[in-house]
Design a protein around this ligand. Structure first.
Ligand SMILES: C[S@@+](CC[C@H](N)C(=O)[O-])C[C@H]1O[C@@H](n2cnc3c(N)ncnc32)[C@H](O)[C@@H]1O
Length: 353
């Protein structure tokens, strides 16, 4: 990806000119009873060229969740799902193609000409026709696979996406919701934190371009072994880390970290005198139990901003997802670093992200 002008990232406000790629508030339909969802076959016939379509890229293994959310998928190309009409807000898509077009092509040269005639930066999503996809990518300007430092601003160059639906059908979009190739943000690894979970928090803060400021008060529920607490401590926040298990000693020893060895559910938000600036939860628990805890904290006005992982067992709990989505000011997304889980975020209402 071509690197564009970078702005310095601060905290508590929007950090770059580029619009946040987060799904917009209140527009996502998380549950669809539409019958089309389960019925669309995996290799359906190609949609007609003239039909206005949008393309949605699911995270690996979460294609069914995305299909259920969209409800009216007309074609499934691996993880790329096509649905009629303009792009909609979608929590289960890793990326959304914002201006999807189809073109009949006679050759790879044809396809390259179409794409190069629009802009420089294109990333491919290859499902089949892998050899032709490779040939096509070689005919396009190279895109550097970047790993990003944290913090960083969002790249602001338009990045288009394309695929070959079959030998002669190019599907492409000059703009995508995510500024990262196929919605995958990769960070320069850091070996200091005691778990890989820190990458989820880095991704949230990068996509929102908002993060705790020095001196912010945070409560980190389910903090052990301490990846999230480490991220927050590095940002200069003061953290109360709550877990039934011991935090990694190196993180527990940090001067801005206070450890509470207890259940997250037994912390009474009504007893919080000075609301926390940030509430974090990565607790392993049923989604409805997390929801009940979040509701108690909201009702008590005990925290201003929330970042919580909603973790699913084998089944996705759509009812609780809907309940989370209805909380005013909510955003929900599936991070590149999420597994079978979603990240629920509630930031200050005045932030337009
Ligand atoms: C996925 S880990 C959290 C990882 C952590 N965010 C990090 O960055 O290292 C989930 C944690 O939830 C904790 N947990 C499970 N039930 C809990 C409860 N009732 N109260 C507090 N923590 C709990 C587990 O002990 C475990 O440490």
């Amino acid at each position: 990806m071509a690197e564009k002008k970078r702005t310095k990232v601060g905290a508590g406000r929007r950090m770059s000119g580029r619009k946040s790629p987060l799904p917009k508030r209140g527009k996502s339909s998380t549950s669809r009873s539409g019958t089309g969802a389960e019925e669309a076959p995996k290799r359906s016939p190609l949609p007609p060229l003239a039909a206005p379509l949008s393309a949605y890229l699911a995270a690996p293994g979460l294609e069914d969740e995305l299909q259920r959310e969209l409800g009216d998928v007309v074609h499934r190309h691996g993880r790329l799902l096509l649905a009629p009409g303009k792009p909609r807000s979608s929590i289960w898509s890793q990326d959304v193609w914002l201006d999807t077009k189809l073109a009949r092509i006679d050759s790879i040269g044809d396809a390259a000409k179409v794409l190069r005639g629009i802009q420089r930066n294109w990333v491919g999503y290859s499902h089949h026709e892998h050899r032709r996809m490779t040939l096509l990518s070689k005919r396009l300007p190279p895109i550097k696979e970047r790993v990003w430092p944290f913090p960083c601003s969002l790249p602001d160059a338009d990045l288009g996406a394309y695929t070959l639906l079959d030998r002669n059908t190019l599907l492409y979009s000059p703009t995508c919701r995510s500024p990262f190739p196929n919605g995958e943000v990769r960070f320069v690894d850091n070996l200091n934190p005691p778990s890989r979970a820190y990458r989820k928090l880095w991704e949230v803060f990068t996509l929102c371009q908002v993060m705790p400021q020095r001196g912010d008060r945070c409560i980190d529920m389910g903090a052990t072994p301490g990846g999230w607490t480490w991220v927050l401590a590095e940002l200069g926040a003061n953290i109360r880390s709550v877990d039934k298990a011991m935090l990694h000693p190196d993180v527990a020893a940090l001067p801005n970290v206070k450890v509470k060895l207890q259940s997250a559910f037994s912390v009474d938000p009504k007893l919080v005198e000075n609301p926390y600036d940030w509430f974090f939860s990565d607790v392993i628990c049923y989604p409805e139990r997390l929801l009940a805890m979040v509701q108690r904290w909201l009702d008590a006005g005990a925290a201003r901003r929330f970042v919580c992982t909603i973790k699913f067992q084998s089944k996705t709990d759509y009812k609780t997802i809907d309940a989370f989505a209805k909380i005013p000011g909510s955003r929900m997304l599936h991070l590149h670093h999420n597994r079978h889980e979603l990240t629920w975020i509630k930031l200050d209402d005045e932030l337009d992200i």
